[in-house]
Each structure stands twice: as structure tokens, then as C-alpha cells.
Design a protein around this ligand. Structure first.
Ligand code: CMC
Length: 381
């Protein structure tokens, strides 16, 4: 069959769905969740309320929010068999791989799949939001030979995660800053991992498989994995004086500078602006970070060299600096992105189920035709 359709690498500009969850204006640098500007949510909301907004489509009334928070609190614990399974993971394994495996394993324990039952949908949403942070924190402790810590019901979603990770109750600023980071990463339209979630959802498989496939997609260095790479890059650069030669070398070698550039934003990512302010708040309280000076110089030099191409800091550029100041290990940055983005993925899962048709794009065949089948002994390279 011949086809006349045009192929766009990376599906750039191809519409994959109607969505009412978030909108991104890349020219002006605007991001809204369900019509509400991200800046307003970052100032006034908190992660679970924002997750509710994304998933159910509206800001909850006080009693709805209270009930939702209570359900999530109640489901934070993970089964001992999941913990035992995680104990067998190699400690050198990446936490994103551990998370993908554990998220998929939830499907073994909660296998009843009734996608047209609202109570099943609600339970899956609650379970995933509740258990993903516990699994990330558990792997962090288990891989160091320690027992995982039980969640604390008296702590907020963000504070409880930091507590499970560090065995210390976080101070108010750290918990709030972390909570805002979660809100900023919760959703971002039709990005690679969300597309992956929607493709998986469109087969009507279970939500644990949906989230597991999205986690696997987020892990790559061109997507969520970039936040980890940014810190490694700043450490490699090592000093403000080395920034210019580093950027020039990247441009000469056509290699990507981590934490810069975006398929949609052609100006500075609005989330990077908020994260930069959060970074400054934590530096003020906990002491300066010399890599921040390097980051500022990078932003300046990249703007000078690549600004005209629309390459500016993205969400990943400042998030690592914030997380490191909060005492979070570098290889947990992307799993934290996954904790937050679970809200967006679940919103897209629900939306996809609402008007589902299995994704089945096409391809343009460019391979050989009419080839004979050669017996083994007649084959040569
Ligand atoms: N450093 C240097 N040049 C860049 C960069 C960068 N970070 N990003 C884009 N460019 C250049 C690229 O070389 C190309 O130039 P030319 O037209 O001369 O060949 C042009 O800009 C377009 O780049 P592209 O790779 O075609 O753009 P894309 O939309 O396919 O990729 C991106 C977007 C985010 C994958 C890319 O900008 C990138 O690899 N950035 C670094 C990794 C990163 O920070 N990723 C996090 C993205 S935001 C959060 C998330 O999605 O998880």
C-alpha cells in the first residue's frame, strides 16, 4: 500500500488528543492546569489539592479534599511482599528502574480491572498517588541495607516523603519548597511520558501498567532524566570561568546542554523561574551553593549563544540544585519527578478512558521488497 502521509520526526506538531488538563503557551512561557496559572497554584495550593484538580477536573470543596487526603494517607503503606521484592533489587540499580518495577508489581496485588467502575478508578488513583512516594523512599533505604520507614500519618504528603527518606521530620520551609516542586512537575501536556501513558491506557490495560510505562519513558536523559544530568554537568564544569569554554565546546560538538531547550517553550520555562526563586530561598536558609553561581553564568552564556534559537532553561535546570540543598541524593531527582507526574499521568489515564480509541498510528515503509528467502548455507553479509 502506498501512502502520502508526511512523517514528522518526534511527531513534532502532530495532534495526538483533545485534552482539558493543562495548556502550555511556549511563546509567552505560560502554563495552566485546568485553566489556573501555575504561578497561582504554586503560591496558594498544595500538591494533593493540585493532583485533585488535575485528575477530577475542578478544585475540591473542603470536605472532598479532606476525604481525598485521608484516603491517600490511609494507602501510603506498601505490602511487605513489595518491600521484600525490593530488597532483592541490586543496590547499584537505578531508582527509576526500581520504581518502574515496583509500580508494575502493584498490578499483581490489585489485579481486579473494572475500568467502567468509578470506585475502581478512584481506588487506583489513590493507591498510586499514595504508594509511589513510599516505594521511592523504601528503595533508597533498602539499597543501603536499612529497613524502610513506615509513613507518618500526621505529616503532609511532601513532609512525609522527606521524612521517609531522611528519617527526620523536615522543617517547614523544606516541606513547603518540596511541595511546590511537586506541583510544578505534576503535569505538562503531551510530553513523551504522558504520551506513553496514554498509548498504554488506550489498550485498556490496568493503571499500574500505565504508570509503569510512563515511568520508563520519563527516565531518559532527554526527558525527566535531565535533572540528574544537570548537576553532574555543573560538577564537571567546576567553576564559573569554565562555563564559557564548556558551552562553546558543546555548541561546536553539537551536543545538548542539559537543562536547556524545550520542544514547546521558546522562552524561559515558567517553572524554571519559580524553581530559581525556591532555590534562592533554600540557599538563604541553608547556605549558598557554589554550583548556583555556575548555573547563573551558564544561563547568561547560553542566552548569549543560543537565545536567538529559543534555547533557555527548562524545568530541570534549577530543580536539582533545590533537591540537593534539601539533602536528596542525585539519582532520586527523576523518581521525584515521577512522584509528581503521577498526578498528570492519572489525569490523562482518566481522560483517555473517557473517549478511548486504541492508538495505532501508521508508518512509511522504507525497507526492501520482494526478497528471496535464502537457506542458511547461502547467506553472506
Ligand atoms: N543544547 C544545545 N542545543 C540545543 C539544546 C540544548 N539543550 N536543545 C536544543 N538545541 C538545538 C539543537 O541542537 C537544534 O539545533 P539545530 O536546529 O541547529 O540542529 C535545535 O536546538 C532544535 O533541537 P531539537 O533537539 O530538534 O529539539 P527537540 O524539540 O527535539 O528537543 C529537548 C527538545 C528538550 C529534547 C532538547 O532541547 C534537549 O535535548 N535538551 C536537553 C535535555 C533536557 O534538558 N531535557 C529536559 C526537557 S524539559 C523536561 C522534560 O521534558 O522532562
Amino acid at each position: 500500500m502506498t501512502t502520502t502521509c508526511e512523517y514528522k520526526p518526534g511527531l513534532d506538531g502532530i495532534t495526538a488528543a483533545y485534552s482539558g488538563i493543562s495548556s502550555v503557551n511556549g511563546k509567552e512561557g505560560l502554563l495552566e492546569y485546568r485553566g489556573i496559572p501555575i504561578e497561582e497554584l504554586a503560591e496558594k495550593s498544595h500538591f494533593l489539592e493540585t493532583a485533585y484538580l488535575l485528575i477530577w477536573g475542578y478544585l475540591p470543596q473542603a470536605d472532598d479534599l479532606e476525604a481525598f487526603e485521608a484516603e491517600v494517607r490511609e494507602h501510603r503503606r506498601i505490602k511487605y511482599r513489595i518491600r521484600d521484592m525490593m530488597k532483592c533489587f541490586p543496590e547499584s540499580g537505578h531508582p527509576m528502574d526500581a520504581l518502574q518495577t515496583s509500580a508494575a508489581a502493584l498490578g499483581l496485588f490489585y489485579s481486579r480491572r473494572v475500568l467502567d467502575d468509578p470506585s475502581y478508578i478512584r481506588a487506583a488513583v489513590v493507591r498510586l498517588l499514595a504508594k509511589i512516594p513510599t516505594m521511592v523512599a523504601a528503595f533508597q533505604l533498602l539499597r543501603h541495607g536499612n529497613d524502610s520507614i513506615q509513613p507518618r500519618d500526621d505529616l503532609s504528603y511532601a513532609a512525609n516523603f522527606l521524612y521517609m527518606l531522611t528519617e527526620k521530620e523536615p522543617d517547614e520551609l523544606s516541606a513547603r519548597v518540596f511541595d511546590v516542586c511537586l506541583m510544578l512537575h505534576a503535569e505538562h501536556g503531551m510530553n513523551a511520558s504522558t504520551f506513553s501513558a496514554r498509548v498504554t491506557a488506550s489498550t485498556l490495560t490496568d493503571p499500574y501498567a500505565v504508570i509503569a510505562s510512563a515511568v520508563g519513558t520519563l527516565a531518559g536523559p532527554l526527558h525527566g532524566g535531565a535533572n540528574e544530568e544537570v548537576l553532574a554537568m555543573l560538577e564537571r564544569i567546576g567553576s564559573v570561568e569554565n562555563v564559557r569554554p564548556f558551552v562553546e565546546e558543546c555548541i561546536a560538538k553539537k551536543s545538548k546542554i542539559m537543562g536547556f531547550g524545550h520542544r514547546v517553550y521558546k522562552v524561559k520555562d515558567p517553572r524554571a523561574k519559580i524553581l530559581q526563586k525556591l532555590a534562592e530561598q533554600v540557599f538563604e536558609k541553608f547556605g549558598a551553593d557554589r554550583y548556583y553561581e555556575i548555573a547563573l553564568e551558564m544561563e547568561k552564556v547560553v542566552a548569549e549563544k543560543l537565545g536567538q534559537k529559543g534555547i533557555h532553561p527548562n524545568v530541570d535546570f534549577y530543580s536539582g540544585l533545590v533537591y540537593r540543598k534539601l539533602g536528596i541524593p542525585q539519582d532520586l531527582f527523576t523518581p521525584i519527578f515521577a512522584i509528581a507526574r503521577t498526578a498528570g499521568w492519572l489525569a490523562h489515564w482518566r481522560e483517555q478512558l473517557g473517549e478511548n480509541r486504541i492508538y495505532r498510528p501508521t508508518q512509511i515503509y522504507v525497507g526492501k521488497r520482494n526478497q528471496p528467502y535464502l537457506p542458511l548455507e547461502e547467506r553472506s553479509l
